[in-house]
Design a protein around this ligand. Sequence first.
Ligand code: GTP
Ligand code: MG
Length: 149
Amino acid sequence: MRNLKKQIEENLLPLPFSLTQGYEKCLIRVKALLNLTQSLFDGVDAVVYLVDAFDKERFAESKKELDALLSDEVLANVPFLILGNKIDIPYAASEDELRYSLGLTNFTTGKGKVNLADSNVRPLEVFMCSIVRKMGYGDGFKWLSQYIK
Ligand SMILES: Nc1nc2c(ncn2[C@@H]2O[C@H](COP(=O)(O)OP(=O)(O)OP(=O)(O)O)[C@@H](O)[C@H]2O)c(=O)[nH]1
Ligand SMILES: [Mg+2]
């Protein structure tokens, strides 16, 4: 937190006179935001990505966000647990459907105990759950815990 505060201060305050014009100011702000995002992701042990499995209309949007996280170099090698929530609702997507819609069909690394330590493969799995019914996510977190040092 102290680090974040320092970065904001260094990047935003105080601005020298020559940098107070709109364009430079904007660039400085963007740089500060980028640094902030990097700092937020720095030291992350895992990502738990929760998707509403009933809201199929937004799967494309969800895929876009997920792809951005998966390709973020600060998160390279960080394990990803994808939770498909709300499966208590009839017509919620199945696990296969969600996996397909998020473009993960060939990227999941296997449930149970799978040793990936000697490979360059990022652990990634999809587990379906219902938070209101308190079911499904426990298995996901159990799976995830084997990859957290
Ligand atoms: N049936 C069901 N409802 C859930 C579950 N988990 C959360 N909800 C409900 O979903 C509602 C919130 O919907 P969300 O999709 O999380 O949020 P939102 O308001 O649609 O906003 P977005 O994040 O933009 O989708 C709340 O009423 C929760 O009680 C679940 O497992 N099953
Ligand atoms: Mg919603």
